[in-house]
Design a protein around this ligand. Structure first.
Ligand code: BV8
Length: 246
């Protein structure tokens, strides 16, 4: 673990933006995407995480997300999720948690200032009337939209490849104003999230830290790297922050 002392005025740092990826939920039993036996080693991303794949074979895509929804219902937040909720509650400055994850483990751990830029697994959207609603069961072509009654028009409310991520304006504004940017549990391979650290560096003010099991593709863009399982390194780093220094 490479560790440099926090800038001495870290305790007075006002604004934190945190980006999380699948790695923060790995120890809760939810698969990551690109690790060995990750989801993209079992499924072809083009088939199950693109609008074209859904149009070609909606049954395969519903099965893919139904299996992940069932898995999520059985999962629980881990110490890393709880640590970030604790940080949010006790941080006296601005705080924003942006997640690439579609699970609801951050919410279940108590996080509130939270944006799901890739959507949410426990929500569905009607492609006919655009109604978005909570959905924890299986979804199939016979399921009818509770708002407009149409069946066969429902899809997971997640952002597929080639689709515009959500809340981008709010995210970029927060990145521009942050004093501390943390990237947790992400391989840094999916854009625009993977480009957030470069956005922060362009402003040139914030301290940037990568917390991950191992170095990500973009590790050299971070001022500091802390490596290990999220359930160990995230609570430890949050304690450092809340104690106002290293
Ligand atoms: C878009 C859906 C246009 C729901 C997902 C440049 C700019 C803009 C776009 C692109 C670009 N270059 C390419 C693109 C297109 C594309 C893209 O990035 N392709 C990649 C493959 C090259 N991007 C898009 O299509 C995006 N849309 O660009 O719109 C646009 C954009 C901006 C402005 C205007 C227009 C849409 C991308 C979203 C796709 N949807 N998910 C779902 O099914 O989940 S992406 C998918 O990957 C997940 O959401 C996931 O969160 C995300 C990122 O993966 P990670 O979270 O990083 O997971 P991964 O497995 O890769 O890594 C896990 C990490 O955890 C590892 O590093 C591992 O070491 C670590 N780890 C493991 N265990 C632990 C751990 N760490 C700590 N503790 C542990 N125990």
């Amino acid at each position: 673990m490479r560790r440099r002392p926090l800038p001495t005025d870290m305790a007075s740092k006002k604004s934190i933006v945190i980006l999380t990826g699948a790695g923060i939920s790995a120890e809760s039993g939810l698969g990551t995407f690109r690790d060995k036996d990750g989801l993209w080693t079992k499924y072809d991303l083009e088939e199950v995480a693109t609008p074209q794949g859904f149009a070609r074979n909606p049954v395969l895509v519903h099965d893919f997300y139904n299996a992940r929804r069932r898995n999520l219902i059985e999962a629980a937040p881990n110490a890393a999720h709880y640590a970030l909720a604790e940080l949010e509650k006790n941080w006296d400055g601005d705080f924003l948690l942006v997640t690439q994850n579609v699970d609801d483990l951050h919410e279940r751990a108590g996080s509130e200032r939270l944006l799901h830029m890739h959507g949410e697994l426990l929500k569905i959207r009607c492609e006919r009337c655009q109604d978005v609603g909570r959905w924890t069961g299986d979804l199939d072509l016979a399921t009818a939209c509770t708002a407009c009654g149409t069946s066969g028009s429902l899809r997971p409310h997640v952002v597929w490849f080639g689709e515009m991520p959500l809340h981008m304006e709010e995210i970029y504004a927060a990145l521009e104003n942050c004093d501390l940017f943390l990237s947790i549990g992400t391989s840094g391979q999916v854009y625009p999230a993977a480009g957030f650290v470069a956005e922060v560096r362009k402003v040139g003010r914030a301290h940037t830290v990568e917390l991950n099991l191992e170095r990500s593709d973009g590790y050299s863009l971070f001022a500091e790297g802390i490596y290990g399982p999220a359930t160990e390194i995230v609570p430890a780093y949050v304690r450092r922050l809340l104690n106002g220094g290293i």
